[in-house]
Design a protein around this ligand. Structure first.
Ligand SMILES: [Zn+2]
Ligand SMILES: [Zn+2]
Length: 457
């Protein structure tokens, strides 16, 4: 087992060298001035929750409740800890902050009694320290790391925790995917977790829930960002977990220009020793138009999304950056005018956690060839698409009240000509309008999504 190898390596190193140093300060320049925000000051006097309710919330319940994904950027002081709860009830934690920094208590306050996944982005104590307590307190199904060991007692305790939890242990690298319920975390970095810079080798993850995408940077530095870009990885994200606590050594302008975050969230302790977040980073985030939340000034920040729009719920205060225009922090839920063309999600490598990429297969194609429109409430609708023969295809139909639960909207396999079609009944109480349909095809580790609209009238 790779775990045994890592633990053996650790034991040897630990015997020779008992170091207790940790933290993420290896690249902190002491000559730099203290950060002072160049963006709008935050008005943290307000303790009112800043949130924008879904437009679907007040609609009559003609379909199932909207299934939400929630991502919690937990205030653990100087460190990172993120809780993800998927629409199908799976839960994951990315990092756990320092030991006893409150991550476990936060999970317990949310009723989390088991975790399907724990990711340690890299073995600095402000990321894995709190995972030790979690692993010793809550059943954990799987632990994911980049495989890079270090020489600290905190790391040794972390490995002991993995063993005690009897969790499945997996080491990942770029191109791997980590399943989480019906969702998938794409691993963008590292390629090869070696060398002295633990931050550089952080596991960088991208998570999409239909139209809403998150990017979790760990403590990845600008060199890692440049490498991700040069590899052609898809990085565009609505919500960015800012790399390395807002350090100036991450969040390079070229990278942010590709991510185009609407919301950026950094995790840092108030008045921390490193001056995080650095002024340069806040300025760079402001330059790309991101609203910036920080756990130092906003406390725990929760993002809730139904896959179309998202809602920001900081514990306190307001974001830095551009004022929240009505549309800037809420994606259009259901446009009334169909777009002229459908858009495709770029196919990203999504190989299994144990199979490195050896060659790039031909890009998977997907075209929606027909859809019934307009259709009356209570009548049947059909949609036909063409993709690769044998591709696994799923469909989601979004009405005002949320995704349709109609029979027939099941996952299907494209026939030998690549044709797949669905037929379903439009509910008699369906609100008239133009409604979004999302079709996803997957084959040989590739996934492509296309969407269209149909009219109920
Ligand atoms: Zn860190
Ligand atoms: Zn670090």
């Amino acid at each position: 087992m790779v775990l045994r190898k890592s633990m053996g390596t650790l034991t040897g190193i630990a015997l020779a060298c008992v170091l207790l140093l940790s933290g993420c300060n290896a690249s902190q320049a002491v000559t730099s001035p203290q950060a002072s925000s160049t963006s709008s000051p935050d008005t943290s006097q307000s303790s009112q929750t800043h949130s924008q309710p879904y437009t679907a919330a007040s609609s009559p319940a003609t379909a199932s409740d909207v299934a939400n994904l929630s991502v919690h950027f937990i205030d653990v002081g100087q460190g990172d800890s993120i809780l993800i709860i998927t629409p199908d009830g799976k839960s994951a934690v990315i990092d756990g902050g320092e030991a006893s920094s409150g991550a476990l208590q936060y999970l317990q306050s949310k009723g989390i009694k088991r975790l399907d996944l724990v990711v340690a982005t890299h073995p600095h104590s402000d990321h894995i320290g709190g995972l030790v307590q979690i692993l010793n307190s809550i059943p954990v199904a799987k632990v994911v790391t980049n495989g890079q060991p270090t020489t600290t007692l905190t790391y040794e305790h972390f490995l002991d925790g993995v063993t005690a939890a009897k969790a499945k242990y997996v080491e990942v690298k770029r191109g791997d995917t980590i399943p989480l319920g019906n969702l998938t975390l794409d691993v963008l970095s590292p390629v090869n977790a070696t060398g002295d810079d633990l931050n550089h080798n952080s596991v960088v993850l991208r998570l999409s829930y239909f139209q809403v995408t998150f990017l979790f940077m760990g403590d990845a530095d600008a060199a890692a960002e440049a490498d991700i870009l040069s590899a052609g990885m898809a990085v565009k994200a609505d919500i960015l977990k800012v790399g390395h606590h807002g350090s100036r050594y991450s969040s390079g302008p070229a990278f942010l220009a590709q991510v185009k975050p609407k919301v950026a969230i950094y995790s840092a302790g108030l008045s921390n020793d490193y001056g995080h977040p650095h002024a340069e980073t806040l300025a760079a985030l402001a330059a790309v138009g991101a609203q910036v939340y920080g756990t130092d000034t906003n406390g725990t920040v929760v993002v809730t999304t139904n896959g179309s729009s998202y809602q920001m719920s900081p514990l306190k205060g307001q974001p830095r950056g551009p004022p929240a225009a009505a549309t800037s922090s809420t994606l259009p839920l259901l446009p009334t005018v169909p777009p002229a063309t459908t858009t495709a999600t770029p196919a990203t490598p999504s190989l299994t956690a144990t199979t490195p990429p050896s060659s790039t297969p031909a890009a998977l194609s997907l075209e929606i060839t027909s859809v019934t429109s307009p259709v009356r409430p209570g009548a049947n609708a059909t949609l036909t698409a063409k993709t690769a023969p044998g591709a696994s295809c799923s469909i989601k139909v979004y009405y005002k009240s949320g995704p349709s639960t109609a029979q027939g909207l099941t996952t299907k396999t494209a026939d030998s000509s690549g044709i797949v079609s669905w037929a379903w009944k439009v509910g008699t109480n369906t609100t008239p309008g133009s409604w979004r349909i999302v079709v996803t095809a997957s084959k040989d580790g590739q996934t492509i999504t296309k969407e269209t609209y149909f009219t109920v009238s």
